[in-house]
Structures are given as C-alpha cells and as structure tokens.
Design a protein around this ligand. Structure first.
Ligand code: NAD
Ligand code: ZN
Length: 379
C-alpha cells in the first residue's frame, strides 16, 4: 500500500510499504478516507523526537471498515468509523477509569499512553496511508451516522483536535458566563474556542499572530488578540476590565514563538498565569516533552520548562494537562455534529490526495498563510 513515511527532519515521502492487515482476532482493518495533518506531527517532522526513519505518520484517522478479526462483534464491514488518536485496550487499570489517554497496555515501551504514528507512544503505524490496522477495534472504532461521507470534514475532527480542544476547556473548569483566553489559534486552539462557545463562555479570546487564524477565530465570535501588536497579557486585561480571564487554555506547546526573541520555552504558560484571574483555572493541551534535544539551552534540552510556579502559586490557580482522552468526549461531539449544532470543518483549508502530503507538510510547517488544517483523502 501507499503511505507517508518519515525519512529524516523535514523529509517525508509517499512510499510503497507492506499492507496493513489483521494481526489479532480483536483487530479491525480500515480503508482510510480522511486523515489530517496535525501540529503534533510537526514534533516528529521537524526532527525533535527519536521517530524512526521509515515509520508512517498519521493519528487523525477516519475510514471504512473493510475487514474484522474473529473476535470482533460490534463493528461491521462497511461501517464508517472515526478512530481516536489514543490507542487503548479498555481493560487496564487506567482504561477502566476512563483514562484511555494513559493506557498501560498500548505502549510497548512501558510508558503509559499509546498513539498511531507517534514517537514514544507504542510504535503503532499511522494512518496517512491507504489502510490502517486498529487494535481492540470494538472499543476503538466510533461508528458514524449515515451522513458520514457528506460531513467527513466535520467528523474527521473527532479523532483528535475537537476532543482535545474540548478537553482543554474542560480542564480549565469553565462554567457558563465566564471568560476564557486561549493561547494558540492553530487547529487545536480554534477547536478550544469553538468548545468554549458551545459550553456557554461569555467571552472567548484567542491569542496568535497569523491573520488567517485570527480571522477564523473571529468567524465564530471570538475576540482575536494579535501578539505581534503588543503584550497579549495587557490586551486580555483590557478585554476583562483589568481582572484577567476567568479561565485559560494552552494550545501551543514548548515550541511557542517569543515576539521578544527570548528563548522562553514556557512563554505561553507564563502568559496564561499572568492573563488568568486569581484562583482561575488553566487547561494545557499544547505538548511539553520530557526531552527536547534540539532546544537552544541545556535546561530546555532536558525538557524542563521555565514555568513561573511562584506566580501560579501566589494566584492560587489550578491547571490540568496532558494528552486528551478522546473516547471520553467523541460520541457526544459526534452527536453535536450530526444534529448540526457544530461544524468544525470551518477550519479546513485543504482537501488533498496522499501524494500531495509532502508539499502540504512544508506549507503547514511554515504556517503559510491559508494553510490552517489539511485533510488528506487517500480514498
Ligand atoms: P499549530 O502549530 O498549527 O498551532 C499552534 C499555534 O500557536 C500557531 O498558530 C502559532 O502561531 C501559535 N503560537 C505560537 N507561539 C505563540 C505564542 N507565544 N502565543 C500565542 N500563540 C502562539 O498546531 P496545532 O495543531 O493547533 O497544535 C497545537 C499544540 O497542541 C501542539 O503542541 C500539538 O502537539 C498539541 N496537541 C496536543 C494534543 C493533546 O492531546 N494534548 C492533541 C493534539 C495536539
Ligand atoms: Zn493531532
């Protein structure tokens, strides 16, 4: 089959690889009809991880079931399914508590948490390919309604970024009528903004600097905050009568740019602490890694963020963080899409073939104007 493989930093190609196939009775085989490029792919793409050459990218997968193992009894051939990016077994101590983001079985490296096409998360093949093997298929596959093909650009957000954005807002503790500031207007930040609106936020502010991304935030009623035009913290204070936002969400990660040119690998976290009110809450889904060998200074190389814990403590704030447990939210979010209550496809900038993926990676990595969310359609 054809698949997008990693050859080295900023070097990917579409190559012929062995076909994905049923390997265990609990596997499901999916023909991929849409698979998205994500900011998380860039950690591997840019060469900041130990992702092995020859491995297949892709953790945001949707497609048609074409074969099921003998142990599968719920999912049927012909079903259109969304696949959570977390690989999880459903029966370990963590999965039994709903923590499918920290499955103890899915990670052969002995670390909790598995994912398709990811470094350090179990070595599972990704779905930027013609076919994908889904382990524990009955548990993993979320069956989609009749309109799956018609609304594919909406349902495709269920495998990762929509539940992730929702999780960020959930962890922030937002209740209706509160204000929230979201750092990062990329696909994840925009999904957090959408989630906050659906959850009844009185005011949603999105910080970024790319005009196209800020425009998308504005389209759903959020207030765009351009950090190239001045301190984002000051702008949030202006918007909130000097009180700070009730809640905040971090949707950037350790690779945040610093308009001042300093190498601050916790810039967005520190801006959040400063932008959020005393006793407010913060949800952090942007990725902070245990090690960042490519970072400019030694502390950052060890993965240590320069987080201002003193101010965080003094303000009595709370924070949740980590990979999102997609299964906790994806069926509710599917039903909101099915009932036309949300249309996350508004951020899709490109539908491309698998062969066009290498070019798409270049543009998305460069944050080129207009390249917000790329959906690859192998079939
Ligand atoms: P992205 O890189 O396209 O978006 C990040 C955005 O942040 C960009 O638009 C960039 O301009 C903006 N940004 C950079 N520095 C900033 C700063 N100092 N202040 C404000 N904005 C700034 O990526 P994405 O796909 O939206 O993903 C965002 C992060 O979320 C990544 O770290 C990704 O790995 C992570 N992620 C986490 C999970 C999870 O489960 N926790 C799931 C998916 C993605
Ligand atoms: Zn993703």
């Amino acid at each position: 089959m054809k698949a997008l493989v990693y050859n080295g930093p900023r070097d990917v190609s579409v190559s012929e690889v062995p076909d994905a196939r049923i390997e265990r009775p609990t596997d499901v085989l999916v023909k991929i009809t849409s698979t998205n490029i994500c900011g998380s792919d860039l950690h591997m793409y840019e060469g900041r991880t130990d992702f092995d050459k020859g491995r297949i990218f892709g953790h945001e997968n949707l497609g048609e079931v074409i074969e099921v193992g003998d142990g599968i009894d719920k999912i049927r051939v012909g079903d259109m399914v969304s696949v959570p990016f977390n690989v999880s077994c459903g029966h370990c101590r963590n999965c039994e508590h709903g923590l499918t983001n920290y499955c103890l079985t899915a990670n052969v490296d002995g670390v909790a948490g598995g994912a398709y096409g990811f470094a350090d998360m179990g070595g599972w093949a990704g779905g930027q390919a013609e076919y994908l093997r889904i382990p524990w298929g009955d548990l993993q596959c979320l069956r989609l309604p009749e309109d799956a093909k018609e609304k594919q650009n909406d349902y495709t957000m269920l495998s990762d970024i929509l539940p992730t954005g929702w999780h960020a807002v959930e962890m922030s503790g937002l209740v209706p009528g509160e204000t929230i500031v979201i750092y990062g207007g990329g696909p994840v930040g925009l999904m957090a903004a959408l989630s906050a609106s659906v959850k009844g936020a009185a005011k949603v502010m999105v910080v970024d600097r790319h005009p196209d991304r800020l425009r998308l935030a504005e389209q759903i009623g959020a207030i765009p905050i351009d950090d190239s035009k001045g301190s984002p913290v000051d702008q949030v204070m202006e918007q909130t009568g000097g009180r700070g936002a009730d809640r905040g969400a971090e949707c950037v990660g350790y690779q945040a740019h610093d308009p001042q040119g300093n190498e601050d690998n916790a810039l967005t976290l520190n801006n959040l602490v400063a932008s959020v009110k005393f006793t407010g809450g913060i949800g952090t889904v942007g990725v902070f890694v245990p090690q960042d060998p490519g970072a400019p200074d030694e502390l950052a190389q060890q993965g240590k963020a320069r987080f201002d814990f003193g101010s965080f403590w003094f303000k009595g704030q709370q924070m949740g963080c980590g990979q999102a447990p997609v299964k906790r939210y994806n069926r509710h979010l599917r039903d909101l899409i099915a009932e036309n209550k949300i249309t996350p496809s508004w951020i899709v900038s490109h539908n491309l073939t698998l062969d066009q993926a290498p070019e798409a990676y270049q543009h998305f990595d460069a944050r080129d104007d207009g390249w917000t969310k790329v959906v690859l359609n192998p079939a």
